[in-house]
Design a binder for this molecule. Sequence first.
Ligand SMILES: NC(=O)c1ccc[n+]([C@@H]2O[C@H](COP(=O)([O-])OP(=O)(O)OC[C@H]3O[C@@H](n4cnc5c(N)ncnc54)[C@H](O)[C@@H]3O)[C@@H](O)[C@H]2O)c1
Length: 430
Amino acid sequence: MALFVVSWLAGRVDARAGSSARARGAGECGAAACAGRSRRNASVRPSSRARAARSVVMMAGAKKSAYKVALLPGDGIGPEISAVTVDVLNGVARKFGFSIDFQEAPVGGAAIDATGVPLPDSTLELCKSSDSVLLACIGGPKWDNLERHLRPESGLLGLRKGLGLFANLRPAMTVPQLLEASSLKPEVVDGVNIMVVRELTGDVYFGTPKGIEYDEERKERKGFSNMIYWEHEVDRIARVGFETARKRGGKLCSVDKANVLDVSQLWRERVTEISKEYSDVELSHMYVDNCAMQLVRWPKQFDTIVTGNMFGDILSDQASMLVGSLGMLPSASLGDGSGPGMFEPVHGSAPDIAGKDLANPIACVLSGAMMLRYDLDQAEAADFIEQTVNAVLDKGIRTSDILSNDLKAKNIEAVGCKAMGAALVEQLSK
Ligand SMILES: NC(=O)c1ccc[n+]([C@@H]2O[C@H](COP(=O)([O-])OP(=O)(O)OC[C@H]3O[C@@H](n4cnc5c(N)ncnc54)[C@H](O)[C@@H]3O)[C@@H](O)[C@H]2O)c1
């Protein structure tokens, strides 16, 4: 079977799309990327056409022979999938002549159990002083009834805020080997190649005032959160969106709810203004409800989507399911380049399968590949991981979440998390 060389960052399947189909603006860099380069190495290159084609926001710093990575296994399936990812990253590092010193720290529920808070200062400090941050996942029912600021999710939000990560890039691309895993018809999802650029540090998740208050007059409580975007927040994420689209298919769809929300009117106004800097990118606007519908109706119409924190939270999960399993989807969270990025699977801690050796580690492994490319300037090693994943899938090796009916009909059984890890490591060494 042909090996499809999938480049997850730009969402390309080179074997199908051709090597230059989406390559654009090789010398350009995003707001985050430009800052990232000046931080570490002004001469960092996209040297080859292939690399340029892969690049979305070129953020990688200077290549080094030894890196320090903060490893945050978190909760639920986190320790299982991060163990596999560490094995894969160490394997590829050996192969490409560098080393990674993984320094582990607690976050989320694990940190609450160990220290009483979801994001200990020591964890944040470790992250800030590292070349990059690899997070598995956090959360679980055990901690659901704690006060909001003590819940695991607050640890994640604190990390994003503390590291200044304002842009979350989530590729959603169907993988030829897994077309059957999607709940939509193959003809609808075959060839889907979307990058969702989600703003991460503003919006209703951070806006104040917020809370739950008792109203004496009405004799009932009210809950309220505040959806706020400052102009500079819209401008910088819009630029990431345009830069990303420029290096992909040149089409950017900005998603808002400007027909109802004042905050969205400002969003649309600023995105339209910023578009004047990007005459080579075709901008469209779409209301979030329509976008949710279009994503399942005809997802191939989308190239790059830029949207706010809450809409992006929902739409990127929806886009993920076009691919078939949350277990396949990596993500990158990037800042202005003055510190490390954070790389994590899209999925949560999957408490229903935690500790059962059932988790699919591929999303975490591919997040590691994104880390190599974006933060550690090891693009060839990142490519190699992606090729390794594809080679393993080509062999028909699947965890249960991605085992299709036709493979089941051939009596192929799902493997566990550890066996998938072993298959990846074995493939790496070939
Ligand atoms: N970034 C994060 O760490 C993050 C993201 C989302 C949810 N969460 C937290 O995770 C917990 C569980 O949330 P949820 O159940 O809504 O979402 P989830 O992503 O954990 O799980 C949703 C479904 O997908 C399956 N799944 C997820 N990842 C998988 C993998 N790698 N392999 C195989 N199957 C996988 C799960 O078994 C479950 O059936 C909650 O506490 C939530 O707050 C954390």
